[in-house]
Write a new protein. Structure first.
Length: 566
């Protein structure tokens, strides 16, 4: 293993979180450990979400910071819910976030033989037995936090009989649900997880990797700690809900492990408002077609955020700033959106698009003339250079950028008023043309001052307002999907009034705009390329786009619009 890296620069820049303090303590107290070994252990029963991203950043980040390694291990012990599709998506997400497990890709199913042997060891030591009670009976006799459980009538079975029954379970002689292997611990323990927990159950289900080789499968609590032990994990970092499982984690290792063993530490999971973070609920949204799959840009999954235009840098920065806490709390999703804006502002090239167009005609501009204007691609990065934007007599502007009867401090276009067309000229509104039947404005006629070209030497005239535009004849028609938060309530899954979390779905979470004109420099964009549509927000080219149909997903608005709604 690699030697410990020098952490002086790291500790000088910021204070350590409590897990980093534990790691540094362990390195100091146990110098024979050349490096730490962590693991990221997802169950392949769904797509990863932003909460998993925080765990990925923590486990892989600790390994990077302290010269160690981080394993990727799939805890695939429940074949009914696991699929290869989920395995592939998880690996893609981790790579996209910028982490590499090298050749250390493991599966709990790799250890099924050894886990079975560990179970045999527990039976031989008198610490496990076969229970013939049904799952309902086991649950009914488990007791409550204030009332001891009732011992199984099969708890005193002889070791030889338990070994025989366990082997016959493995050989498929018994039906599903007819027998359990349980640990023999303490049915009166105040910790419910120590009341003779199940270690193995019968599931005659084909496994995505082992096929039909097994018909008994270890429980997660049994497989997890022993897999850590087999791999030589030094720091098993879990979310806070596993804190009550830790005594069982340690009890099993006490009776199985020889030599160095892992230790479990818990941190608070990531909770976001306006979001559900349960894979079960997310699967319900997918299966019920409330969203268009796991990667629907409204979902909190990593694949959805990637498709929406989030960057791995923004998610890593967000995870770092949220920090590692010991108590659960709820983070405002606006904090995540801020991290996304912050990164996109640096890297997204600027383009002009008009989402709700109204025609504007410059009456004193030569018909048929097309001018090429220079526009900076990104004012935050001079190396991005410039692009050419065509300008002509007929343009589109945003309908909201013109008002006939404006309020005070409206600095856009009004009758008789002037504004600057970005990168172009100052124009003055001369006339408004309306549909005689509906009264809707269908055309705005303006004049322009040819001596006010943007960047022109000697042009001193200034106006208060600047608006964007697109030349009609040269524009590219696109589809724009305006994504918003999926829920209208800050805590959709936490209600106790009998309502369902789906009752709080936002009916306006997706609005699709057709034939949105965009400046022609958008041609050649690649899937997932990111842009700022000037004055309108950040957008990403959807992977479903084609050369004949460009589709843009709104990543985030330019500022937090939800703050005004509270």
């Amino acid at each position: 293993m690699a030697d410990i890296v020098d952490n002086k620069d790291r500790t000088d820049k910021k204070s350590l979180n409590f897990i980093e303090s534990i790691v540094e303590r362990d390195i100091k107290d146990y110098p024979e450990n050349k490096s730490i070994l962590t693991r990221f252990p997802p169950e392949p029963n769904g797509y990863l979400h932003i909460g998993h991203a925080k765990s990925i950043c923590l486990n892989f980040g600790l390994a990077e910071a302290y010269g160690g390694k981080c394993n990727l291990r799939f805890d695939d012990t429940n074949p009914e819910t696991e699929e290869t599709e989920y395995v592939d998506s998880i690996k893609e997400d981790i790579r996209w976030l910028g982490f590499d497990w090298e050749n250390r890709e493991y599966y709990a199913s790799d250890y099924f033989d050894r886990l079975y042997d560990f179970a045999i060891l527990l039976i031989k030591k008198g610490f496990a037995y076969i229970d013939d009670q049904s799952a309902e009976e086991v649950s009914a006799t488990r007791g409550t936090p204030t009332k001891p459980g009732i011992e199984s009538p099969y708890r005193g079975r002889p070791v030889g009989e338990n070994l025989d029954l366990f082997e016959r379970m493995k050989n498929g002689e018994f039906p599903n649900g007819s027998k359990l292997l349980r640990a023999k611990i303490d049915m009166s323990s105040p910790n419910m997880w120590l009341r003779d927990p199940a270690l193995y159950r019968i599931k005659k289900v084909s496994h995505h990797r082992t096929g039909d080789a097994w018909c008994i499968y270890p429980m997660y609590d049994f497989a997890h700690g022993q897999s850590d032990y087999i791999e030589g994990i030094t720091h098993s970092i879990c979310t806070l809900e596993f804190e009550v499982h830790r005594p069982l984690y340690d009890w099993l290792l006490d009776h199985i492990a020889e030599g160095p063993r892992p230790h479990q530490y818990e941190f608070a999971r990531l909770n976001l408002n306006y979001t559900v973070m349960s894979k079960r609920r997310l699967l319900e949204l997918v299966n019920g077609k409330y969203v268009n799959g796991w990667d629907d840009p409204r979902m909190p999954t990593i694949s959805a955020m990637r498709r929406r235009g989030y960057t791995p840098v923004s998610i890593r920065n967000f995870s770092e700033r949220v920090g590692v806490a010991k108590r659960d709390n709820i983070i405002d999703v606006a904090f995540l959106e801020h991290a996304v804006r912050e990164d996109l502002n640096k890297i997204a090239q600027r383009r002009m698009a008009v989402l709700d167009p109204v025609k504007l005609v410059i009456v004193n501009y030569t018909e048929g003339k097309v001018e090429s204007l220079k526009a900076r691609n990104n004012p935050e990065n001079e190396e991005d250079g410039f692009r050419e934007v065509p300008f002509g007599r007929e343009l589109y502007i945003e309908r909201e950028d013109f008002m006939e009867d404006p309020p005070k401090k409206f600095f856009r276009l009004v009758p008789g008023g002037e504004v600057r067309l970005k990168y172009a000229y100052i124009i003055k509104c001369e006339e408004v043309v309306k549909n005689p039947e509906t009264g809707e404005i269908i055309e705005i006629r303006c004049s322009y001052d040819p001596d006010t070209k943007s960047g022109m030497t000697g042009s001193q005239r200034k106006v208060k307002g600047t608006i964007h535009w697109v030349s009609i004849d040269q524009s590219i028609k696109t589809e724009v999907r305006l994504y918003d938060r999926l829920f209208i309530d800050e805590d959709p899954a936490g209600k106790k009034d009998g309502t369902d979390f789906k009752d709080y779905l936002n009916p306006n979470s997706l609005k699709i705009l057709k034939d949105v004109p965009v400046e022609p420099s958008i041609i050649g964009a690649k899937p997932l390329n990111k842009f700022q549509f000037e004055r309108k927000g950040y957008f990403c080219l959807d992977p479903d786009s084609s050369s004949d149909k460009l589709i843009f997903n709104r990543t985030v608005t330019l500022r937090d619009t939800w703050a005004k709604k509270k």
